[in-house]
Design a protein around this ligand. Structure first.
Ligand code: NAD
Length: 497
């Protein structure tokens, strides 16, 4: 018998009444390690109700006190982040160092949220009209929903909840059912940090839980991260129910290498960004655009590096772990088959990798495919695996046109030593996050994260000041006080001029 991963409601684990569960596997062994509860409507409403009950007192808790609790969360997270990294590796499969990196990037948003007193400062205009003052304040929204994907079970929720909580909202987090334990661990950590019950809740589940978050009028805003079709659905449904929504979707990130680039640097970057986390990153590079006559040399350099990577169990000091589920592994491999059948050249083949892990692990090694054309499914679709496709073009303009024609616009990078070309690229490319000789340009917590086109639905990107705006609403107060000189008694001193 495996244990059941519960919801977290009102400061404690909550099993709910639903009989439905889903298996959670260790991708490096293929073993089912637990079952996660899948909420029914009553369970979802109970968890949302806990967030609703906690909101009035949390909203009225002083900003000083709220910030102190976020500070304490940062301290305990920093002390115990190794535990969280091990939980991530056991359910997601990514190597431990990568899991630790994910936690650290999430922690940066917690640190940003520690500055909430400064971020929430309003404006004030004295004497806007005669003896009339105008002040602006920002207030929390209420209970908010966060729906996260499998690929960053700690970092993506941390893009949102530290800011939401510090700003005075209460939270219901619906993690991916593929790796649900990180959310529960973070809920316990909040309790240890002194957060009152009901301010941070976890709702485990699938579409039933998501739909209730989108439709229940108690939930005032939804932050979603996942694939584009679901992001579109979440945006359409939650906005139709009157909610504020930011829905971050999928990606197809191109890395352009110009002929003047340092090819060793570019090859290192392509390998890191293409195969890190087995390509299961929304900022992974999946299309390498080689410009001009450098393509052969660049492909050789990448192939040499890719072939040297060690694939295996994330706890065993390997470079790359397994894919998250068997179904996903098979889907990614089928794209490689389709690319081969369509005439692309398989330079490094990960389908038969000898992995350092269990025989039933969900293994697919680094795969490099050359001569990919834009009509192949390996190019048009988001594959979300360790597969790097090389598209050859003759000019910078062709490379730019390729990216701008793509329906996604999450991240992109250019490798060059030509400052003018780089500057032109940053100005002309229709993508939300751009790297110049930086393959994975994930913004720091005090900037905002988000793509363009089919990579984000809504107006607000995640974290940074955009995140603070998303989780608060503005109010402007115009006030006039009767001048004391209008009153009867006047003992001097307070002069009004
Ligand atoms: P997914 O869309 O399958 O799932 C995301 C969330 O939506 C999960 O919590 C899941 O339970 C829920 N969900 C799934 N199907 C649903 C349905 N039919 N109705 C309602 N809810 C549903 O995504 P995933 O496979 O977990 O994650 C990978 C995807 O996320 C990739 O497309 C990746 O590019 C994207 N992603 C994007 C960003 C970004 O910042 N743009 C970041 C990370 C991941």
């Amino acid at each position: 018998m495996t244990h059941t991963i519960a919801h977290w409601s009102d400061g404690k684990p909550f099993l709910g009444t639903s009989a439905r569960t889903a298996p959670v596997t260790n991708p490096a062994t293929g073993e089912i390690t637990s079952q996660v509860a899948l909420a029914d409507l009553a369970d979802a409403r109970a968890v949302i109700g806990a967030a609703q009950s906690a909101f009035p007192a949390w909203r009225d808790t002083s900003l000083t006190r709220r910030t102190q609790i976020v500070f304490r969360f940062r301290e305990v997270l920093n002390e115990r982040k190794g535990e969280l990294a091990r939980i991530i590796t056991a359910e997601h499969g990514k190597v431990l160092s990568d899991a630790l990196g994910e936690v650290s990037r999430g922690q940066e948003v917690v640190e940003f949220a520690c500055g909430m007193p400064h971020l929430l400062k309003g404006g004030m205009t004295e004497n806007a009209s005669t003896k009339v003052d105008v002040a602006s304040v920002r207030q929390p929204l209420g209970p908010v929903g966060i729906i996260s994907p499998f690929n960053f079970p700690a970092m993506v929720p941390m893009w949102f909840f530290p800011i939401a909580i510090a700003a005075g909202n209460t939270v219901v987090l619906k993690p991916s059912e593929k790796d649900p334990s990180a959310a529960l661990w973070m809920a316990e950590l909040w309790t240890e940090a002194g957060l009152p019950p009901g301010v941070f809740n976890v709702l485990q589940g699938d579409k039933t839980a998501v739909d209730e978050l989108l439709e229940n009028p108690t939930i005032k805003a939804v932050s979603f991260v996942g694939s584009t079709p679901i992001a579109q659905y979440v945006y359409a449904t939650a906005t139709a129910h009157g909610k504020r929504v930011q829905a971050l979707g999928g990606a197809k990130n191109h890395m352009v290498v110009l002929p003047d680039a340092d090819l060793d640097l570019a090859a290192d970057a392509a390998v890191n960004a293409g195969f890190g986390s087995a390509g299961e990153r929304c900022m992974a590079i999946s299309a390498l655009v080689a410009v001009g006559d450098i393509a052969d040399e660049l492909v050789d350099k990448i192939a040499e590096r890719a072939a040297s990577l060690k694939t295996g169990d994330g706890t065993k000091n390997c470079d790359m772990g397994p894919l998250v589920t068997k179904a996903h592994r098979d889907r990614v491999a089928s794209y490689v088959d389709a690319g081969e059948a369509a005439g692309a050249t398989i330079v490094v083949d990960g389908r038969q990798v000898a992995a350092d892990g269990g025989p039933d692990g969900f293994w697919l090694g680094p795969t490099l495919i050359d001569d990919v054309t834009t009509d192949m499914s390996i190019y048009t679709d988001e594959i979300f695996g360790p597969v790097l496709s090389v598209v050859r073009v003759d000019t910078y303009d062709e490379a730019l046109a390729l990216i701008n024609a793509n329906p996604y616009g999450n991240g992109t990078a250019i490798f060059t030593n030509d400052g003018g070309a780089a500057r032109r690229f940053q100005n002309e490319v229709e993508v939300g996050m751009v790297g110049i000789n930086v393959p994975i340009p994930v913004p720091m917590a005090y900037y905002s994260f988000g793509g363009w086109k089919n990579s984000l639905f809504g107006d607000t990107h995640a974290h940074g000041t955009e995140g603070v705006h998303f989780f608060t609403r503005g109010k402007v107060v115009t006030s006039r006080w009767l001048d004391p000189s209008h009153g009867g008694i006047e003992l001097g001193f307070p002069q009004n001029v």
